[in-house]
Design a protein around this ligand. Structure first.
Ligand code: PEP
Length: 318
């Protein structure tokens, strides 16, 4: 409760807290009616979700949502047979906190090998999937193939492939809907470029990307949203916990207003962008950060385990 109370106190400072959203929205000195309503709804949901029933059931208080902590490792185009064997062996021997969903996304070529050697404690994800049933699509991987090989998730990235926002919007939602209908979970990546952040467009961009998913999917049961600011991916420039939190809370508010309060509460919103073993605990303390999508640091077993175990930063001593 201590963490939530501190945050509430800072948000209750009103105009100061709004102007501290610098770089995301153009600054404003006064709250208008819509902002007041939004802030009130957010504070109400924070109070409700930080209630004693949540504390009693899981001992985790620094969480605005109700979903289980989720950590994904995206191995991208990294690894060889040898390095992947070592990584799998390190993960198999790592001690992982129980109350975390853990997923790794090996390169497609190695999924079978990883599936056959990695502990079942960790699920497997594809790094992308085709928009429909497989066929004559050179270089693509179908949802059916991912399922056949034992994957249960797929990462779908709105920034992938250098598409225009318009093209991406019609395509990514269809991909997500197809994967979900076929029974895969979807890690839906959203995030702004540096120039968009600097132009004060972070929320607009993230909301457009969210809408692309929301317009196409019928159920949010198996979707995890990954907020991955493009400027922080693979650059070593991690968003500060405050920068990440202010986008995560805005994403949750968007879900609440545009989908439903239930979906806003249960959907995991995870952060990705230069997360490592040294910064994950501070990020995890933020109420609306429900886990991480990790690139580079997921290639080192012990460090990835540290990131997974940063769920403990969300807990307070009984
Ligand atoms: C990613 O691959 O999704 C990612 C965020 O990469 P990194 O952690 O290396 O920045």
């Amino acid at each position: 409760m201590a963490v939530a109370s501190t945050s509430l106190a800072s948000q209750l400072s009103g105009p100061k807290s709004i102007s501290s959203y610098s770089g995301l929205r153009r600054s404003c000195s006064k709250l208008d009616h819509t902002q007041s309503l939004s802030l009130f709804q957010h504070l109400h949901s924070q109070l409700r979700l930080s209630s004693s029933s949540r504390k009693a059931s899981r001992g985790i208080v620094a969480m605005a949502g109700t979903g289980k902590f989720f950590v994904g490792g995206n191995w991208k185009c990294n690894g060889t047979k040898d390095s992947i064997s070592k990584l799998v062996s390190d993960l198999n021997s790592a001690k992982l906190e129980a109350d975390v969903d853990v997923v790794v996304a090996p390169p497609f070529l190695y999924i079978d090998k990883v599936k056959n050697s990695l502990t079942d404690r960790i699920e497997i994800s594809g790094q992308n999937s085709w928009v429909g049933k497989g066929g004559a699509f050179t270089g693509e991987i179908s949802v059916e193939q991912l399922k056949d090989i034992g994957a249960t998730w797929v990462i779908l990235d709105t920034q992938k492939g250098g598409m225009s926002l318009e093209k991406m919007i019609s395509f990514i939602g269809k991909k997500a809907a197809y994967a979900l209908n076929e029974g895969l979970g979807v890690i839906a990546c959203i995030g702004e470029k540096l120039e968009e952040r600097e132009a004060g467009k972070t929320f607009d961009i993230c909301f457009q990307q969210l809408k692309a998913f929301a317009d196409a999917v019928h159920s949010w049961d198996d979707i995890v949203i990954a907020y991955e600011p493009v400027w922080a991916i693979g650059t070593g420039k991690v968003a500060s916990p405050e920068q990440a939190q202010e986008v995560h809370v805005a994403v949750r508010d968007w879900l609440k207003k545009n989908v439903s309060p239930e979906v806003a509460s249960k959907t995991r919103i995870i952060y990705g962008g230069s997360v490592n073993g040294g910064n994950s605990a501070e990020l995890a303390k933020k109420e609306d950060i429900d886990g991480f999508l990790v690139g580079g640091a997921s290639l080192k077993g012990p460090e990835f385990a540290t990131i997974i175990n940063s769920v403990t930063a969300k807990k307070v001593a009984a």
